[in-house]
Structures are given as C-alpha cells and as structure tokens.
Design a protein around this ligand. Structure first.
Ligand SMILES: CC(=O)N[C@H]1[C@@H](OP(=O)(O)OP(=O)(O)OC[C@H]2O[C@@H](n3ccc(=O)[nH]c3=O)[C@H](O)[C@@H]2O)O[C@H](CO)[C@@H](O)[C@@H]1O[C@H](C)C(=O)N[C@@H](C)C(=O)N[C@H](CCC(=O)O)C(=O)O
Ligand SMILES: Nc1ncnc2c1ncn2[C@@H]1O[C@H](COP(=O)(O)OP(=O)(O)OP(=O)(O)O)[C@@H](O)[C@H]1O
Ligand SMILES: N[C@H](CCC[C@H](N)C(=O)O)C(=O)O
Ligand SMILES: [Mg+2]
Length: 488
C-alpha cells in the first residue's frame, strides 16, 4: 500500500517530504522488527521514547516514520498529536479493518479471562464454527498455536492477527482484554460484538494506582462497544450480576445487557449446584427454560466461568442445547487446576492463582476435597502489585495446613524482600519459608502423604522463571513430577 493511500486514514496528519510516496510493506513500533519498507511509529512508553529509535529504524529500512515531535531522519515523517492513537488507526486501515469481518468476543476481569476465553472457543468449535483465541497462553486458530508476548497484543500485532484469521476463514474470535491493554489503547479500532466481565478484585495496583482507576480501565471495554442498535451490529455486554462492578459497567455502555449469576437474580442463573470429585453439576435457569449442566471442572468459580461462557455463546446466537452439550468434553486449560500424576499417593495441583481472590477460591476448592493435609507452595511476582503480598500470605495461612512461601518471578526485586513483605501479613502464624522454588516443591512432596493435597500456585502454564533479567527454564509441573519420582 502506498503511504499516501494509507494516510487517508489520518486526515489531519502533517507530512514532511509530501512529494515522496513510498510503498509501505509493514507497520512496526519496535525497531527490532523493522525491515525494508516499514512504516515506523514512535511510541513514548514506560521505559523508552520510541522517537530515539527513529534513526535506527531508518537504517534498518524504514521508508517513513510517524512521530509527535521533531526527529532527524531523511525519509518522510508523518506528524500527529498522538502516535499511539495514530498507530491503532493506521494498523486497522493497513489490514483493511479485519475486526469488522469477524465476530469478536472480548473478555475482561481480574480472574478467569483465560479460562472463559478457552470455554467460549471450545463451545463455538463444538458447534461447528471456526473459532480463534487470543490471550495469555497463545494466539490459536485451526489448532495451531502462536506465541504471544502480552495477554492482549499491541494494536499492530492485534490487527495483523485478525487479518490472518480472516484469511484463514476464522469466524469467531474469543480474546482476553487486559486492563493494561485498555488503558494503552491496544484494542482501539477493534470492533467487539460481545464484551464479557468475569469479576473485579485486587490486582495491578502498581499500575493503576487505585481500585477505582482499575475498574475504570476495565469499563473502557464496555464504553468502546459502540452505540448502535442496528440488527446487523447488535452488541451485548455480558455482566456478572453477583459482582457490584457490573452496575458501574452498565452505566458505561448503552448496548444490550445480559447478566449471569448464582446468588442474585440474573438472565441466566445456576441453581442446585452439586460438586463431585471430577466435576460439577447445576441447573441452569434461562429465558428459554431450564437445562442440566455438567462441567468437568471443580470450584464455584468455575461455575461462574461457565456461566460467562454460556452467556456469550447464547447472545451470539448458539442454541442452549448445543452450548450445554459441548461442556461434556471441555478439555480444561493448561496450568489451571492441572493435576500432576506420577504415581504418588497424594494429589498435586498446579494452578495459576496469583491474586488474593484466585488463591482464596482455589484453596477453598482444594480444602473442600481434601481428606488430609493441605500444602500450598506460593510466592508473589516481583515488579508487580506489592499490596497483594501480605494478603496472599494471610490467605495461604488461613486455608492451608502447611503454607510454604517461596519465589514466583522475582524479576528485578530481591526475592528475600518479597518474602519479607509476604511474612509481614502473617506475624505469629505457622508457615515455612524456602526461597528456592524447586526446593520448596521438593520439600512439600517429601512431607506429603496419602490423602494430602499439594497446591503449587502462581505460575500455572509458565515454563520459565524470571530472576533479575535472566529467564531460566522452570515448569512447576515438571519440577513436581521429578520430585515425586525421586521420592517414590
Ligand atoms: C508496562 C507495559 O504494559 N508495557 C507495555 C508497553 O510497553 P511500553 O510502551 O512501556 O514500551 P517501552 O519499552 O517503554 O518502549 C517504548 C517504545 O520503544 C520501542 N522500542 C523499544 C526498545 C527498542 O530497542 N526499540 C524500540 O523500538 C518499543 O517497541 C515501544 O514502541 O507496550 C508494549 C507493546 O504493547 C507491551 O509489550 C508492554 O508490555 C510489557 C512487556 C508488560 O510486561 N506488560 C504487562 C504489565 C501487561 O501488559 N500485562 C497484561 C496482562 C495483565 C493481567 O491481566 O494479568 C497484558 O496484556 O499482557
Ligand atoms: N472466576 C474466577 N474467580 C476467581 N478466581 C478464578 C476464576 N477463574 C479462575 N480463577 C483462578 O484464577 C487463576 C487464573 O485464571 P485465568 O488464567 O483464567 O485468569 P486470567 O484473568 O486470564 O489471569 P491473567 O490476568 O493473569 O491472564 C486460576 O488458575 C484460578 O485459580
Ligand atoms: N499477567 C500477570 C501474570 C502474573 C503471573 C505471576 N506468575 C507473576 O509473575 O507475578 C502479570 O504480568 O502481572
Ligand atoms: Mg489470562
């Protein structure tokens, strides 16, 4: 596409070197990805000012640059007031507005986004629709997985991914939308059809500052749903009736509202919930009648997740019979309540709980099934919300008989300092501190016996540990398996 054709999307931009009209082969915001023919966009981020990389981009083959302030390059420069907004607009235009050609379901909330997005993808697939997934674990379509850097990709990567999905005849996209992405405009230019809210509890206060600002960030997904009731563009906000933040999100959008819940009256409601060893059953009350639902997952929180997924599929037009039937063979999600079985006499569960609320939920579930002791191996990530550390430690001590505090991803922080901040929340309680995560897991495995349960929390599917600026191989599931085998 020629630069001037692309720039029709930015009617008020000022272009230096108007006479040049290079062919644009790709758009990038990161010099590490620039190649011949790139339009490079300078972004002022939290670590770097992208304007400082403009020269390097030119040397690597950029044929034009989008900037907010003067830069010293000889290729055409497109001056705009807000390069991040320009990036989203240009990305959507360059890839020919792919989100308009897809049915897009966005999921936001503190916990459950990855779980719900997998359920939605599974339901559509099982009901004969070609569905794709974008989230923490990967981008996936046609059973092929592609690595992702962020839960929600930057606007260029996102629009490019949508375009690939359109090319590959994907019909429905189930995607996680993080609060960071909403604040940073990564989903500007994405036309969502359905926005789903799971829940709002404490996390990411390092980034958002207050719970109000965090809630506002999540609310942007609902305010960005558009303002049309036309049948072709009918939009839905799927809200959790049992979470009071839903009342706030209702005020942020004019679209149709569909609610789900357990405790409060809602459009669809789970009643008569029964928990078994390997799954959960409930009666689903809907506007179209009642259904018996069986999910191969444990915990009340997974009833909420399944209600969110059922609602999204239902408002998108799938039949309730088809939706309910598809849950029977839902395969679960890597690192979410994943059992490690190496022939041991006790249960080992690896789970991605890394917030106070998720840890409490998963520990309650573990405790309700445990006949013996409950071990929890848990740490808190470095360079992330510090306020959640003492609370997570308190929860570990409240619900587990044997809490073991260890390291998660310390990143640039001193692991012992993070542990100290956890311990500040549990003065006088009974717990063990083993800073090395592998040793902590080995210790729990050697101390557990028949009927006990070990919960290894916080890292779930992660296959690495970030210590300083090093990324070392580390997979809780493999470390646990090896420890069990060495102990048999
Ligand atoms: C704090 C934060 O959110 N940072 C995100 C942000 O980066 P940034 O704008 O601050 O980037 P920066 O490093 O200051 O660089 C500024 C500009 O210079 C460019 N640059 C930089 C270096 C270089 O050599 N060349 C170059 O061109 C960069 O590409 C960028 O355009 O924008 C980037 C592109 O979208 C993101 O990848 C990056 O996520 C970082 C890696 C991150 O860790 N983010 C986490 C906190 C996050 O976003 N998490 C949520 C999930 C949270 C949850 O729900 O649990 C997520 O969606 O992943
Ligand atoms: N609805 C829920 N309410 C509370 N906790 C939940 C819920 N669903 C899942 N969890 C817990 O939270 C953990 C993370 O779940 P999941 O990965 O689905 O959330 P997420 O919102 O995608 O997280 P992230 O923001 O890190 O991507 C799970 O391992 C489980 O312990
Ligand atoms: N998306 C979350 C993941 C946290 C996972 C946990 N293992 C940690 O490193 O804190 C974040 O980046 O805050
Ligand atoms: Mg996720």
């Amino acid at each position: 596409m020629k630069l001037h054709t692309l720039l029709k999307a930015l009617p008020f931009a000022k272009v230096r070197e108007q006479s040049l009209n290079p062919e644009i082969s790709t758009i990038e915001q990161d010099t590490r990805k620039v190649k011949q023919g790139t339009l490079f966009i300078c972004i002022e981020g939290s670590n770097h000012d992208g304007h400082r990389f403009a020269k390097e981009a030119e040397e690597k083959g950029a044929v034009a640059v989008v900037a907010r302030k003067p830069i010293d390059v000889s290729v055409p420069v497109v001056y705009v007031q807000d390069t991040k907004r320009a990036m989203a607009i240009l990305a959507a235009a360059f890839y020919q507005y792919p989100s308009e050609k897809l049915q897009i379901i966005g999921i936001t909330g503190t916990n459950g986004k990855t779980s719900v997005s997998h359920m939605i993808e599974h339901i559509f697939q099982a009901n004969g629709k070609s569905s794709g997934l974008i989230g923490t674990l990967y981008t996936k379509y046609h059973s092929k997985k592609h690595e992702t850097k962020n839960t929600t990709p930057d606007s260029i990567t996102l629009q490019q991914t949508f375009a690939e999905m359109v090319d590959q005849n994907v019909e429905v996209v189930s995607m996680e939308v993080s609060s960071h992405a909403l604040v940073q405009g990564r989903v500007w230019g994405t036309e969502f059809d359905v926005a789903v809210f799971t829940n709002l509890t404490q996390d990411h206060l390092d980034y958002h500052g207050t719970m109000e600002a965090y809630r506002f960030a999540k609310g942007l997904l609902f305010s960005q749903l558009g303002n049309s009731y036309s049948e072709k563009k009918r939009k839905f906000a799927v809200l959790n009736a049992d979470d009071e933040a839903s009342d706030y999100f209702k005020m942020m959008t004019g679209v149709h509202i569909f609610t789900y819940g357990i405790d409060r009256e809602a459009d669809i409601q789970a009643t008569n919930i029964r928990f078994f060893n390997k799954g959960t059953s409930f009666t689903l009350r809907t506007p179209k009648g009642k259904w018996e639902v069986k999910i191969p997952l444990l915990g009340k929180f997974n009833v909420y997740n399944s209600l969110a997924a059922i609602s999204a599929a239902f408002v998108s037009g799938l039949s309730m019979d088809g939706i309910v039937r598809s849950f029977a063979n839902f395969p679960g999600v890597p690192g979410r309540f994943e059992l490690v079985d190496a022939g041991q006499s006790f249960a080992v569960v690896v789970d991605y709980a890394h917030t106070p609320d998720s840890l409490e939920n998963v520990l309650k579930t573990v405790r309700s099934t445990a006949k013996g002791r409950v071990f929890v191996v848990v740490g808190c990530g470095g360079d992330r919300d510090r306020l959640k550390r003492p609370i997570m430690a308190q929860i570990a001590c409240e619900y587990a008989t044997d809490p073991i505090f260890t390291s998660d991803n310390p990143r640039s922080e001193d692991p012992l300092h993070i542990l100290k901040e956890m311990e500040d929340g549990v003065k006088g309680a009974h717990y063990t501190v083993i800073p090395d995560r592998k040793e902590a897991i080995q210790w729990a495995v050697s101390a557990a016996s028949k009927d006990d349960i070990i919960l290894i929390a916080g890292k779930g599917h992660e296959t690495y540990q970030i210590i300083g600026d090093q990324m070392i191989d580390f997979d809780d599931r493999l470390v646990a398996k090896e420890a069990i085998q060495n102990n048999l």
